[in-house]
Ligand binder design. Structure first.
Ligand SMILES: [Cu+2]
Length: 331
C-alpha cells in the first residue's frame, strides 16, 4: 500500500486523526458514465522499450527486471474490474515479501475495523505499519483503468527495487493488493529512452488543485502530468490524476465520494455507473534529488464527449481536483 508520499511516517498519529475527521465529514457521491473508448494504439510504444503489464483476473503480470531512466509501461486490463498499477520504490533491502507481510495485512485490518465503525481499533491497526513504510517513494503508475482498456504511461525511474500494486477493493472490501502485487528490479543500465513530447499538460498541486487548458482537441494525446507539490491527505496518500470519460447518466457526486479508499463504501467494485476510467498518473513525488521525479506522461485517445480529471483523494471536488471538460467533434 502507499501511505505517505514524501513524509516519513513520523506523524502517523496526526495523519490518522485527520483521517478520522475526514471520514466523519465525508460526503456522498455518485458516478459518471460513458461510451467505449480504447486507448490502445497510442503511438508511444513505438518509440520506447515498453514494459508490458497485464491483468487477466486478480493479478499483475510483468517482467522481473528492467533498465532505468525514462520507462514506458503499457498496462492491459483484460479483467472484469477496474484496476491501476501504482509503482512503489522500496527502501534498500526491502522486497515485495516484506510488503506482503508487514503492510498489506495492516491496511486490511485497519480497513476492516473502519467498516465496523471501530475507530479505536483501526487506529491501533494502522499504528502497526513498519517505520520503513514511510520511506517508500511512490513513483507514478497508471491511473484507474476500466476493463478492456489499455493505458500507456512514461515515468523516470531510478535504479532500485520496486513494487507494482493495485489497492482497489472488491465488493467485500478486500484490497486487491493481496493478489495484485509484483516486484520489479530496475537496474543501473539506462533504457536509452528520451523524455516524450506531450500534446497537452495537466498540473496538480495541493493548493491550486488540477489545472489545464480546457480547450482540448479531439484525437490522440500524450498528456504531461506535472506535480507542483506533493503532500499527505487524510487517507495517508498524496494526490494523483485520473482521466475518466462520463456519459449522460454519470453522477459527479457519486464519483467524488468513490475516490477514497478509506471510505468503507468507496473505492470498491462495482465502479460508479456511467464512468469509464481511462488511466492517468499515480502519485509522483517532488524530490530535488531525483531528476524528473515530478513529471510523468500518459496517453489518451480523446473522442468527442465529456471527460474529467480527478484525483484519488477524499472529496476531490472540494480541493479543486475534479475538473470536467468537453472534447468537441472538431476545433
Ligand atoms: Cu485492482
Amino acid at each position: 500500500m502507499k501511505n505517505s508520499t514524501q513524509l516519513p511516517i513520523r506523524s502517523i498519529k496526526n495523519v490518522v486523526w485527520l483521517f478520522c475527521l475526514a471520514l466523519i465529514f465525508s460526503c456522498e457521491a455518485e458516478p459518471v458514465l460513458q461510451e467505449e473508448i480504447n486507448t490502445a494504439d497510442l503511438g508511444v510504444k513505438k518509440n520506447h522499450n515498453v514494459v508490458d503489464v497485464v491483468t487477466t483476473h486478480m493479478n499483475i503480470e510483468v517482467q522481473s527486471t528492467i533498465p532505468s531512466g525514462w520507462t514506458t509501461f503499457r498496462y492491459d486490463n483484460r479483467s472484469h474490474n477496474p484496476h491501476f498499477v501504482l509503482i512503489d520504490k522500496l527502501p534498500e533491502g526491502k522486497t515485495v515479501e516484506d510488503s506482503k507481510e508487514e503492510i498489506v495485512p495492516v491496511f486490511q485490518e485497519g480497513m476492516d475495523f473502519i467498516a465496523l465503525g471501530d475507530w479505536d481499533s483501526a487506529l491501533e491497526a494502522f499504528g502497526k505499519l513498519p517505520a520503513w513504510s514511510g520511506e517508500i517513494i511512490y513513483s507514478g503508475g497508471t491511473g484507474l483503468l476500466s476493463p478492456n482498456q489499455i493505458s500507456e504511461i512514461t515515468v523516470y525511474l531510478e535504479p532500485g527495487t520496486y513494487v507494482l500494486e493495485c489497492y482497489v477493493k472488491d465488493s467485500e472490501g478486500r484490497f486487491h493488493t493481496w493478489e495484485m502485487i509484483a516486484q520489479i528490479e530496475v537496474t543501473e543500465d539506462d533504457s536509452g529512452n528520451k523524455e516524450p513530447k506531450p500534446t497537452m499538460e495537466v498540473r496538480i498541486s495541493s493548493e491550486a488543485g488540477i489545472q489545464f487548458d480546457k480547450k482540448v482537441r479531439p484525437g490522440k494525446h500524450l498528456i504531461k502530468a506535472f506535480f507542483e507539490d506533493q503532500t499527505v491527505y487524510s487517507h495517508f496518500l498524496g494526490h494523483d490524476i485520473h482521466l475518466v470519460r462520463l456519459d449522460e447518466n454519470a453522477n459527479l457526486d457519486e464519483l467524488n465520494s468513490w475516490m477514497n479508499w478509506s471510505d468503507p463504501n468507496a473505492f470498491k467494485t462495482p465502479a460508479p455507473e456511467g464512468v469509464e476510467f481511462l488511466g492517468g498518473m499515480q502519485d509522483l513525488p517532488v524530490l530535488d534529488e531525483i531528476p524528473n521525479s515530478n513529471v510523468g506522461y500518459f496517453a489518451a485517445h480523446l473522442k468527442p464527449g465529456t471527460y474529467a480529471f480527478i484525483a484519488e483523494v477524499p472529496d476531490p471536488m472540494s480541493k479543486g481536483m475534479l475538473k470536467v471538460f468537453t472534447v468537441p467533434s472538431s476545433m
